[in-house]
Design a protein around this ligand. Structure first.
Ligand SMILES: CC(C)(COP(=O)(O)OP(=O)(O)OC[C@H]1O[C@@H](n2cnc3c(N)ncnc32)[C@H](O)[C@@H]1OP(=O)(O)O)[C@@H](O)C(=O)NCCC(=O)NCCS
Length: 228
């Protein structure tokens, strides 16, 4: 069953030194290069908790895990890792890091709802015609939240595919299906439509929108809060 772990960065940053100690030398060097402390904390907490959660799931020591990246940067565990590694994906925004872990391909995205999301004209370049209509029809007071919802669904999908923002985003349309749940209406690149994807909007808090996309048939999703 797909799991989504919510990590509260402000809480985990109190154990910053312990989290840094769990990083590789490359990760620690990258952490040191961030200009803003909040970005550094988000990165350190994200990488450290990802490792801890995957090690727990596999029942192995965290330091034994070796990560690799695909051509477009999607992280995975090194092939040959035993027992068979799960699929996973991570996202960070505002106070949250989310980690999705599943036995099928997954993508996750979280976004803090920013007031500038209401300036729809700035975001037309990412929207399909259906999505544009949906956002334009939203009352002004919830336009930013609607755009954030559309955005996290789309980004979770391109992250599930592993292609990220290398994709032309208006070519992809995600709409509300008959039961209100998001569904993939079109993807002009057959890489996506040839497979079956499930979208689940995640309730994180009032300030953030988040979505999980996983491959295959619908299955229950469990959302848990990370605790060391
Ligand atoms: C993946 C991507 C959409 C993330 O966007 P974002 O909103 O800035 O960041 P998020 O917080 O949601 O996600 C970041 C996490 O996504 C994961 N990620 C990175 N690349 C990914 C990809 N191609 N697919 C899925 N997940 C990816 C990583 O775990 C990353 O966290 P980390 O940097 O702490 O390891 C964006 O970075 C992207 O499109 N990358 C691909 C770039 C590309 O095309 N490179 C070409 C190389 S030839």
């Amino acid at each position: 069953m797909p799991e989504v772990w919510k990590v509260d960065v402000a809480v985990e940053a109190r154990r910053f030194d312990a989290h840094v100690a769990g990083l590789t030398a490359d990760e620690a060097a990258r952490a040191a290069r961030f200009h803003r402390n909040e970005d550094r904390e988000r990165f350190v907490v994200g990488r450290s908790t990802r490792r801890l959660l995957l090690a727990r799931r596999l029942g192995v020591d965290a330091e034994t895990l070796v990560f690799v990246e695909s051509h477009y940067g999607k992280p995975a565990l090194r092939p040959g890792t035993q027992p068979l590694p799960p699929h996973f994906n991570s996202s960070h925004s505002g106070r949250w890091v989310l980690h999705a872990i599943a036995d099928v391909e997954v993508g996750v995205d979280v976004e803090r709802v920013r007031p500038d999301f209401a300036r729809i004209d700035d975001f037309l370049w990412v929207l399909s015609p259906d999505e544009r209509r949906l956002v334009q029809a939203a009352p002004e007071s919830c336009r930013a939240a609607t755009l954030a919802t559309v955005w996290v669904r789309k980004e979770a999908y391109v992250k599930a595919l592993g292609e990220g923002l290398s994709r032309s985003l208006p070519d992809i349309g995600i709409v509300s299906g008959s039961n209100g749940e998001p569904v993939l209406a079109c993807d002009r690149n057959a890489g996506g439509t040839g497979r079956r994807w499930r979208f689940t909007d995640l309730g994180i808090d009032n300030l953030h929108k988040a979505c999980l996309v996983h491959e295959g048939a619908a299955r229950p999703i469990v959302v848990r809060k990370f605790a060391a």
